[in-house]
Design a binder for this molecule. Structure first.
Ligand code: ZN
Length: 149
């Protein structure tokens, strides 16, 4: 557990200082914004969805280390996945940080995202960690609407 805690801090700081896929996305065809007024986090997620595949994901905004790192890692994890895989990851991530402890997804299901299990011990930070994922979920819904027209 202490290894995971150390990894958690290192990983969060790394992504906070050097957020991946940060900035606008010219090809975006779906966007969604999430706000967490309790902490002052603000995240906009841009998606380029091609058919069933999320080809590219970017994010913009500002917030605390956890919200920024979570958004950064979300973009890395979701890029290249199908919509269904992205939604499944959203569900697993949510269970990881906020679900009942007997229903935790295994590390093999989450990969690097497993470091966020530390958030469970700090309920006030759950919204920070899930903000970008909720925005992703909304953007995927928007993309679905667009594609059926
Ligand atoms: Zn926050």
């Amino acid at each position: 557990m202490s290894d995971l805690r150390e990894l958690y801090q290192t990983t969060i700081l790394d992504h906070y200082k050097k957020p991946r896929n940060f900035g606008p996305l010219a090809a975006a065809n779906a966007d969604a914004t999430g706000d967490n007024p309790l902490c002052g986090d603000h995240v906009t997620v841009h998606l380029f969805v091609d058919g069933d595949v999320v080809r590219d994901v970017h994010f913009e905004g500002s917030g605390c280390a956890i919200s920024t790192a979570s958004a950064s890692m979300m973009t890395e994890t979701v890029k290249g996945r199908t919509r269904a895989e992205a939604e499944r990851l959203f569900d697993r991530f949510h269970r990881l940080v906020a679900g009942p402890s007997e229903d935790l997804p295994g590390p093999e299901e989450l990969g690097k995202l497993a470091v966020f299990s530390g958030v469970r011990e700090h309920p006030a930070r759950i919204k920070c960690a899930t903000l970008a994922w909720h925005a992703l979920h909304s953007a995927l819904g928007e993309a679905r609407t667009v594609s059926t027209e």
